[in-house]
Design a protein around this ligand. Structure first.
Ligand code: PEP
Length: 252
């Protein structure tokens, strides 16, 4: 059984006063069977890690939103996997569409980042997903296959890598694919992983859905048999909404 994962992507949002949102949620969800992850901006990782160590019984994890391919060096403004680990992160989001498109990140670079993350014991959450144009031209499965093949490193399954299927056109737009569309893509990804890593090992990789998940649509999405959790942007900034999503994940 794969443990279900609710991951919050705060993007470039969050100040020190928002620490309470996380500690409150950790308190509310103390007994949740769902694994809970916050990926705040890098400035908040250490303060959150400190605040969480003061709480008893919480298993909330912290992650970064990107890391460099190199362990250290002359890369002004970048952050390394070792730095994320050093300040308390255990996960890192890689290849988010805002980085693929806003920073022109290609599959090969994302794979190199994932390899570096693994070297420093960070679990990569590798994001893949088609654009609206790809979807309109029935290219979704081809695009997703290519991204999977090129951005997921060998050995990913042994090391617990997570894949997030995030259709670009659904991120931050309030639009979501139909349940059939989510099912089709997740089933396709699962098959590809089984073929590449072997059905037993491939099964270890968790598949998240991401793109406009909110309390009102969470349940049917989490009922999809191949969906192991969610990567949540906008709704994760409101602790009550994120908590409701976690509840839906824990009860489906
Ligand atoms: C995301 O950015 O990963 C995301 C899924 O955003 P939203 O939930 O706001 O669509």
């Amino acid at each position: 059984m794969r443990q279900r994962l609710a991951a919050a992507n705060w993007k470039m949002n969050g100040l020190s006063r928002n620490l309470w949102d996380i500690t409150n949620l950790a308190e509310w969800q103390k007994n949740s069977l769902v694994e809970i992850l916050f990926c705040p901006p890098a400035t908040l990782i250490h303060p959150i890690a400190k605040a969480l160590t003061g709480l008893t019984g919480t298993s909330v994890q912290i992650g970064g939103q990107d890391c460099h391919t190199h362990a250290s060096g002359p890369h002004t403004g970048d952050i390394s996997a070792e730095m994320l680990r050093d300040c308390g992160a255990t996960y890192v989001i890689l290849g988010h569409s805002e980085r693929r498109h806003g920073h022109n990140e290609q599959n090969i670079l994302i794979r190199a980042k994932a390899e570096t993350a693994l070297r420093f014991n960070l679990t990569p959450i590798i994001c893949i997903g088609e654009s609206g144009e790809d979807r309109q031209h029935s290219r979704t499965l081809d695009i997703v296959t290519e991204q999977l093949e090129q951005s997921v490193p060998d050995g990913a399954a042994d090391k617990g890598v997570v894949i997030a299927y995030e259709p670009v056109w659904a991120i931050g737009t309030g639009k979501t694919p139909s349940i059939d569309q989510i099912n089709d893509v997740h089933m396709h990804i699962r098959k590809k992983l089984d073929t590449r890593f072997g059905s037993e090992t491939g099964q270890r990789i968790r598949l998240l859905y991401g793109g406009s998940v909110k309390p009102s649509n969470a349940e049917p999405i989490f009922q999809c048999p191949y969906v192991d959790g969610a990567l949540v942007g906008g709704a994760s900034l409101d602790p009550r909404k994120f908590s409701a999503i976690i509840d839906a994940l824990g009860s489906t």
